[in-house]
Design a protein around this ligand. Sequence first.
Ligand code: AMP
Ligand code: GLY
Length: 423
Amino acid sequence: MNILLVGSGGREHALAWKIAQSPLLTRLVAAPGNPGMAALCETRKVGPTDVDGLVALAGEIAADLVVIGPEVSVAAGLADALQGAGVPCFGPTAQAGQLESSKAFTKAFADRYGLPTAAYVICEDPASARAALDRFEPPYVVKADGLAAGKGVVVAATRAEAEAAIDDALGGRFGAAGARVVIEEFLEGEIGSLFALCDGKDSMLFGWAQDHKRAFDGEQGPNTGGMGTYSPAPVFTPELVEQVRTRLVEPAFAGIAADGAPYRGVLFVELMATRHGPKLVEFNVRFGDPECQVLMLRLESDLVPYLLACANGTLAQTPQPVWRDEAAACVVVAAKGYPETPKSGGEIRGLEQDFGPDVVVFHAGTARDEDGALRAAGGRVLNVCAKGADLKAALAGAYGAIDRIDFADGFFRRDIGWRALAR
Ligand code: AMP
Ligand code: GLY
C-alpha cells in the first residue's frame, strides 16, 4: 500500500513510526513531515492546509490511503476534497470537524443529543461576557470559540483574571478563533483523553491516556497543547470507559451522522471524570498530541488495518486492537518561553545516540539548518517517550534519555504521571 501522511508534529512522527512497521506498507510519504520523520520515510514540502497540493500529491504517489494528522487539515476540507477525488481517507469531513473547530457548535451539539457537559454561556462582546460571569462561581472557565492550538482556555481563580481573559480573547489574541467566547462551569475531577474510531457506521474504542495541560510542574502556569502523557492511566477504570462509550462516544457518532456528516476517523474525547460521571470537556477530530505517542508505543497490533477500515467502512470486520501489557510515558521538551513566546533556533544535540530498545524520541517542532544542525522550530520541540514494565519504569526511561540530550533552550515537566504515582 502507498500511504500519504499529513502533518509535521510529534503525533505524526509517532504515526509514521508505527505505519513504517506495517507489513502492508509499500511506500510512505509524509507532507510536510519533520526531520525525525525524514529518517523514516519520504517527505514532501506540501503544507497541511494546501488541499489542492495534497490531493495532487495523493494522485502522484497513487495513494491507497491518506492519513490526516492535524485538525487544521480537517477544517480546511481535505477529507471532502479527497472524497471528491476518490481517494480513501482517514479523517473526517469539515462538517464533522466542527466538533473541534467550534466550541459553540459542540456545546449546541451536546445539548441536542444529550451529552453530559459543563453548563455554559456563549458571548460575542465583553460586556455580556462580563455579565455572564455572575452566573458562575470561581474558578471561572473562559474559552476562545475556535481553534487556538490548545491555548485558548483560561481557568481563572479570580473575577479580575476572568475579565482579563475575556478581553484578551475578544480583543483579537486568537484572531477569528476569538470572535466569540464560551464561559462555562468549572468541572471538578480528573481529566482524561479517550480515543474512538468510526467508519461512518460502526465504532470502536482505540485507547486512552492522561495528558498534562499546564506548562509547569504542580499544574502551574498557562494551558498548553500538552506537556506529557502516559498510558494506561488509572483514572480510566473499566466503569468509566464504559460510561464514556455509552454516554459520549456512541451518542456523538450517532448525532453527527444524524446531522448528515457521518464520521470517518478518530474522535478524541477529552473528559472530566466527575462525581457525577464523565463530562465532556471537548472533542477533537484527530489523535491527541502527545497522547498518540504513548498509544503508538503500546499498540501491539498493526495500525494500518484500523486506519484503512475507518476509510473503507470495514471496522465491524476488524478485530479489537491488542495493547501491550506495559506502560508508556511521553515527556514533552518545549522551547523556553512556550506557550507564549517560544524561543526558536536553539540547537539540539545527542539524538543520534542509542537510547535502548524502550526509548523513542519523536520530533515535533524541529528543523535542520543549512549545515545540517538540528534546531528548535516550534513551541513543543521533542517528545521523549519510553515504555516499561510499569509507569515508574517508563518514566525512568524517558527522563533518563532527556538527561542525555543537549538542548539548553528547552524545558520540560518533571512530574508527568503524578496523579497515578500519588494513588
Ligand atoms: P481544552 O482546551 O478545552 O482542552 O481545555 C484545556 C484544559 O483546561 C483542560 O485540559 C482542562 O484541564 C481545563 N478545563 C477546560 N474546561 C474546563 C472546565 N469546564 N472545568 C475545569 N477545567 C477545565
Ligand atoms: N494533548 C491534547 C491535544 O492534542 O489537544
